[in-house]
Design a protein around this ligand. Structure first.
Ligand code: ADP
Ligand code: MG
Length: 271
């Protein structure tokens, strides 16, 4: 009989404790600096919105934060340890990455795709919960109705929710979500950001790339603004989402209004 060594499962982070810190990250590919002074940090219990125009380096930065791409310079620490020191299996218990939707094409039924999120837990006590966790993740993203359907036969928005369910099923305390709302209707955009907030309330840290600045304002604790590979602002919603800065970074004049009832900033392009 072969005895399996029990895998060491990391402890849940303490609320407010540092989960991930990236300082002045640099990455050059083919002579182009994709990241040049990108910094971001996220604590347990926090939703951080990563904003910036097309090509700013948001997806590149997420792949660095996930440990999938090693930067040429700067420092990334996950729970106080250099990210480069983690092995792939260990990393999968710490962080889950939702790639930008264009990158995904799974040739399986939707529920199998979600079940793939449980792979890191194979051989741990938590594997006993696999089916319950998969069902919960599909319910949370309103994707249970697609369970038996081929992932590739779903609409873009349906696929996006199944892909998010897979990431939620991984039960990692750090969620890195790349444009999870890009293909979604209004109801499901709100649903996804509510799920992000719920995960944060349960003690996870969330970094979420968004293009809808009003959505970011409504749901994020903090906003990191990336431009040309550099972090140009990092702070609370009301400090970062200001018209002059956004107009400059996005290359289009915007106005920022306070919602008449809630006071939450609404960011609108000038038309
Ligand atoms: P964002 O997600 O903010 O829109 P990306 O991180 O995808 O931006 O890309 C940042 C810049 O890096 C873009 O100009 C893009 O064309 C370029 N880029 C992305 N990946 C690569 C790569 N593998 N090789 C060369 N250039 C890349
Ligand atoms: Mg991107």
């Amino acid at each position: 009989m072969r005895l399996r060594t029990p895998r060491e499962v990391p402890e849940r982070p303490l609320p407010g404790s540092e989960l991930l810190t990236a300082e002045t990250v640099r990455l050059t590919i083919g002579g182009r600096a994709l990241l040049d002074g990108a910094s971001v940090r996220v604590a347990a219990g926090e939703v951080v919105a990563l904003l910036g125009p097309n090509g700013a380096g948001k997806s590149t930065l997420l792949s660095v934060l996930a440990g999938d791409v090693r930067p040429d310079g700067g420092e990334v620490r996950l729970r106080g340890r250099p990210l480069a020191g983690y092995g792939a299996a260990e990393l999968a218990l710490h962080r889950a990455l939702l790639p930008q939707s264009a990158a995904l094409s799974f040739p399986f039924p939707a529920d199998e795709v979600v079940r793939m999120g449980r792979a890191p837990w194979t051989g741990t006590a938590a594997a006993a919960e696999d089916e319950a966790v998969v069902a919960e993740a599909m319910a949370a993203t309103e994707s249970a109705a697609f369970a038996g359907r081929p992932f590739t036969a779903l609409s873009g928005g349906e696929r996006a929710r199944v892909a998010l369910a897979r990431v939620l099923a991984q039960r990692a305390p750090l969620l890195l979500l790349d444009e999870p709302t890009a293909a979604l209707d209004l109801r499901h955009q709100e649903l996804v950001l509510r799920v992000a907030r719920e995960r944060a309330a349960a003690g996870d840290g969330v970094v979420v790339v968004l293009h809808d600045l009003s959505l970011a304002a409504a749901y994020a604790d903090r906003v990191v603004l990336l431009n040309a590979g550099s972090t140009v602002a990092d702070g609370p919603v009301t400090e970062v989402l200001r018209a002059p800065l956004l107009s400059e970074v996005y290359g289009h004049p915007v106005e920022v209004l306070a919602h008449p009832r809630t006071g939450v900033p609404l960011v609108l392009p000038e038309r």
